[in-house]
Design a protein around this ligand. Sequence first.
Ligand SMILES: Cc1cc2nc3c(=O)[nH]c(=O)nc-3n(C[C@H](O)[C@H](O)[C@H](O)COP(=O)(O)OP(=O)(O)OC[C@H]3O[C@@H](n4cnc5c(N)ncnc54)[C@H](O)[C@@H]3O)c2cc1C
Length: 356
Amino acid sequence: MNKAKVIIVGAGINGLATAWALVRRGYQVEVFDKSAIPNPVASSYDEHRIIRRHYGDLQLYADRMPEAFRLWDEMFADIGARHFDPLPQLLLERGDTGWVSASIAHLDTIDIAWREIPLEGIARAYPMIRADGLTRALEFSGGGALFPIRILTDLVVHLAARGVVFRQGTDVTSVDLEAGRLVANGKSHSADHIVIAAGAWVTRLLPELAPILVPSRQAVMFLAPPPALAPLWRAAPLILDLGEHSSCYVLPPRPGTRLKIGDHVFTRQGDPDASRTATDADVERLITAGRLAFADFDSYTVLERKACYYTVTENEHFIIRSMGPRGTVISACSGHGFKLAPVSGEEAASLVSGFG
Ligand SMILES: Cc1cc2nc3c(=O)[nH]c(=O)nc-3n(C[C@H](O)[C@H](O)[C@H](O)COP(=O)(O)OP(=O)(O)OC[C@H]3O[C@@H](n4cnc5c(N)ncnc54)[C@H](O)[C@@H]3O)c2cc1C
């Protein structure tokens, strides 16, 4: 047993994955969160998150995916539930975006089979998709949906059973990473090491990172398809519809989840404490993309319009680094931080271990 004590600020997936990695190394871990655990407005809290093996030109993600899948398997074995649904993926290209060619090239290097679907076959295979405007369609495997709410909940239960102390409603207002001290709810706490995993709020505690880490307000819509299309959607793949002017991703409804549409266009603005109900302006781009991608999109019932935040960096790289002799920050950015959290948590734990 390594008796060193680590305080983690933030019980999102990155804080919890770091706690998981540290407990496995024998550390005493306490997790502080300003909200409930898990926090319903954390970036990590959602019905599903996409995980894939290929990331087009984002090689830094692709390189880490084999390790991510391996660690998810270990985490699921530990928590006793596999919150992952392998799904086929359908990449639709509208115009010359280069995405299909780049994906084929990458899928070949990682040995994942793919099939280009003749455009005349799209309407038959996927009647909900708008075939007009499509230039290419590619189908492949190797990814699927993670179920974050279930993962966070089971991970908290598992970690608490392993001795991790959780302090909900504990707002950390300042940190001293030289001394290993922080102030939360007006009270001082100390530890051998402090890990900051504060999601979109990170620059409030570490303002020196503000020039490189920007909170970005993003929107998603949860939908119910028209009844005639519901059975088709239940069996649908994960869809990426990428156009020259508009794009979106869609997660099909699975047991316990709703149909969801979102995009990866960063707004690079907003305050994570602002209302989480997406406004008309928040969803305008999504509606445009949905109308281009899906037949009769306006006949879908909107169940929820939700705003969510994550941090972004200029080059979409994650920030996982030491800050002072007793501090580590982990900020997984750009809408890709969930799937890679077990890898990021290992990296953060290695930095902590490096300090003894
Ligand atoms: C719309 C949307 C879609 C996404 N899609 C995907 C996807 O398909 N695949 C994927 O891999 N990733 C996706 N992501 C990104 C992924 O969800 C995030 O990168 C990841 O969840 C970030 O986790 P985190 O632990 O760093 O932050 P969070 O989950 O936000 O957790 C931070 C925690 O810190 C706490 N906290 C903050 N400040 C303090 C403080 N001062 N004191 C105490 N506690 C504090 C908060 O209460 C919160 O619980 C998406 C994100 C969004 C918003």
